[in-house]
Design a protein around this ligand. Sequence first.
Ligand code: A2P
Length: 285
Amino acid sequence: MNLTAENHRVPLSDGNSIPLLGLGTYADPKKTPKGSCLESVKIAIDAGYRHIDGAFVYYNEHEVGQAIREKIAEGKIKREDIFYCGKLWNTCHPPELVRPTLEKTLKILQLDYVDLYIIELPMAFKPGDAIYPRDENGKMIYHETDLCATWEVECHPYFTQPKLLEFCRQHDIVIVGYSPLGTSRDETWVNVSSPPLLKDPVLNAIGKKYNKTAAQIALRFNVQRGVVVIPKSFNAQRIRENFQIFDFSLTEKEMKEIEALNKNVRYVELLMWRDHPEYPFSDEY
Ligand code: A2P
């Protein structure tokens, strides 16, 4: 498949298609100035991104929607050019809540539809107004669900997911890899015992050859093997940098070298919820 900045979509079985590179939009709401998501999504659309990954629980979905609407109003894009993925939060898993929750998301976005709506995490919390419902001892209140496990998968050169990839290839399933740059290393939810991905000597050495950064090599590695990536950045230069991955390709030897970096270690383990009956990360893949 010839990947270009204008066309790096992979077909889906329903006739739609998904761009292999998307912008991630999670940033700690306490530390992120209002409006930075809005600006970043607009910069990304101008840079050529057509896939935006967001969620109700990121508290900035209204900014994502505003950015998309402003770019449509400017005539830069049409709604159908954009692939937007929204997410059903853990407190909304009961089937009767799915539709109203999606409708709430559409209202927040002020858009008519989302292109993909996925289960944020397969671990349900007690439904209600609290996003993180806790009992009087501060313990999270879980909820039982009957779940068809369909969710995003962490994927990057330190967690290459060979078995999952093979399974998905056999069944014609497209993988969206979250944390493709190895996360922001926020210790409240990231396992920082694994070294920072972007400091990896192999990624940096290969980058030097192509005059690219380790981040660009990590992203190119995944899109070249058909895995969709959604790097988050709210920095104009890095948003643009992360899109510049369609003007070179990695050799088979380099792809193998990067695959060999796999440590089978997750950055996103969410150990605080490991006693949840549906905790997903103990399964082999
Ligand atoms: P920032 O938003 O300041 O650019 P992931 O997508 O794996 O979760 O990684 C996101 C983290 O990586 C964020 O902290 C983001 O910070 C940072 N980041 C995004 N793009 C790059 C890049 N090209 N080089 C270095 N760090 C990056």
